[in-house]
Design a protein around this ligand. Structure first.
Ligand code: AMP
Length: 501
């Protein structure tokens, strides 16, 4: 692999972009190129393969799409014939939100050209996508699963593709897209330019690049696994049962207006969002089981300031371009230390100050150790004083240590209320035989731990047909810090770690 020596000039005017593209860039308000743009655009303009290490938020979409559009301008035409608009560039991304975000940007850059672009992703009716595809489109942005559906239905022909972008490639491999990628790539001409972007260059990514890229130029703009110096990171030791109160307390005590709250599982995410909403926070959940419409609405609401808390999972939130999020909570410590970096990268963007707060429960120590290793930083302890909400405790009984837990039941204390009333379509849930409770219904409240539901029509809806989701349940170890039955209204919880960078 060749190493590219960056050109230090960063003004867009040095690029000699076509007037239509230069105009669009000016209208976007971009004054100078970001480092990835300064390095990648000149290389992509020459048609060479690129392997770029850059995270979302660095301007990498423009880094690949501007030169790609520039090179496609030779095909630009205003004919209405679909045959005159074959797919020339394919951009693959792991999630619907990212695909939508990237497609929107490409549309803006191409607005003054006759080049057509569109996005296809799962969770939406295929018909309108098919109609648009059949009209012809030069730049197709897609998630792998849905693209394969269209290929199999013969809605799209890819034999004239000149450019392929594998964006967030590490994430695509993480969620099991490799076989889909291999199948898609087998439909493309061998003679093409391939651009691969990834947050890290793992062995798997290098292997992928080795198979599909030809003599690529490597561009690395920031050391992967770096966290912004503007983010204050705090780690609190909180028992699983206390996390919810700690979250509410810290939001209020810090006067936070908006925050992302990360959970490890879709189910935990949905439950936490519902609890927060019931407690008066304007909350939306963003996870793989939400319909596409709901996910887009959640994002829009957050961007407009109509939503205070966006409770999300990693797959749904990675790379979302939402600026100025003042705080990020790790309600659950992520299983992958790298996800910690991605999560807290939502805040402290572009020099703004940000706060990242993580809750560490008894079984999370090893995961925190992984984060320490990755960040090469010692994480220290901190205390937090939490107001206990008596009314909540009355409404929402605490876990009883005698009652066994389902694997995701510790995600939020809201789950207990959630399971105490039947959901739509499950009117008879409480009447069904219970495998877990062994008749130990709480005498006080009637609460019974929920059985694990195998075929829940809401929660079991697939994320995308071919995705092997990583949004799995957090394994719950017995909690050594479990509350006693006599909770004092106010108390200090020991905190494990604190680190300020
Ligand atoms: P990306 O990493 O491509 O998702 O881009 C992150 C954000 O940076 C998007 O909102 C872009 O519109 C914005 N952006 C990209 N390039 C530039 C630039 N040269 N100057 C200012 N903003 C930019």
């Amino acid at each position: 692999m060749r190493q590219y020596a960056p050109d230090m000039t960063t003004s867009f005017s040095n690029l000699q972009l076509a007037p239509a593209l230069a105009r669009a860039v000016a209208e976007m308000g971009y004054e100078s190129m970001t480092p990835i743009q300064a390095q990648a655009i000149p290389v992509v303009l020459t048609g060479q393969d690129v392997m770029g290490a850059a995270q979302t938020g660095t301007g990498k979409t423009a880094a690949f799409s501007l030169p790609l559009l520039q090179r496609l301008l030779k095909h630009e035409n205003s004919s209405t014939s679909p045959a005159r608009h074959p797919v020339r560039a394919l951009v693959l991304l792991p999630t619907r939100e990212l695909a939508d975000q990237v497609a929107q940007q490409i549309k803006q850059y191409a607005v003054h050209t006759n080049l057509r672009s569109m996005v296809v992703f799962g969770g939406m009716d295929m018909k309108p996508q098919t109609i648009e595809l059949k009209k012809g489109v030069e730049v197709l942005v897609a998630t792998p699963g849905r693209l394969l559906d269209h290929i199999e239905a013969k809605n799209v022909v890819l034999n004239q593709v000149e450019y392929v972008v594998l964006d967030e490639a590490d994430r695509m491999l993480d969620i099991g897209f490799l076989p889909d990628l291999q199948r898609i790539l087998s439909h493309l001409p061998k003679q093409r330019t391939t651009l691969l972007f990834s947050a890290t260059f793992s062995t798997e990514i290098k292997r992928l690049a080795g198979s599909y890229l030809q003599n690529p130029i490597t561009i690395e703009v920031a050391r992967p696994n770096e966290t912004a110096a503007t983010i204050t990171q705090q780690f609190y030791s909180v028992s699983v049962d206390d996390k919810y109160n700690a979250l509410r307390h810290l939001i209020k005590a810090n006067g936070m207006k908006q925050a992302f709250v990360f959970c490890n599982s879709k189910l935990g995410c949905a439950r936490l969002a519902r609890s927060l909403e019931r407690d008066g926070f304007r909350t939306s959940a963003l996870h793989g089981d939400k319909s596409q419409d709901e996910r887009l609405k959640a994002l829009e609401g957050f961007k407009k300031g109509e939503v205070d808390l966006l409770v999300c999972t990693d797959v749904a939130a990675r790379g979302l371009d939402i600026k100025d999020v003042p705080a990020v909570f790790n309600f659950d410590i992520p299983f992958n230390a790298e996800d910690y970096v991605h999560r807290i990268g939502r805040t402290g963007r572009a020099g703004a100050l940000g706060q990242a707060i993580s809750f560490v429960s008894g079984s999370d120590q090893r995961l925190v150790g992984d984060i320490e290793k990755l960040l090469k930083t010692k994480i220290t302890l901190e205390n937090v004083t939490v107001e206990q909400d008596r009314s909540r405790e009355r409404r929402e009984p605490r876990s009883d240590s005698r009652e066994p837990r389902g694997d995701m039941r510790s995600e939020s204390s809201g789950e207990r209320r959630e399971f105490s009333r039947p959901r739509e379509g499950y009117a008879s849930r409480d009447a069904r035989p219970r495998e877990h409770d062994n008749g130990r219904r709480s005498r006080e409240t009637g609460y019974v731990p929920a059985p694990r539901v195998k075929n829940d029509p809401f929660f079991d809806k697939p994320y995308e047909a071919t995705v092997r989701s990583t949004e799995t349940a957090a394994p719950v170890a017995p909690d050594p810090l479990r509350k006693s039955a006599n909770i004092k209204p106010k108390r200090v919880m020991a905190a494990l770690f604190k680190s300020t960078t």
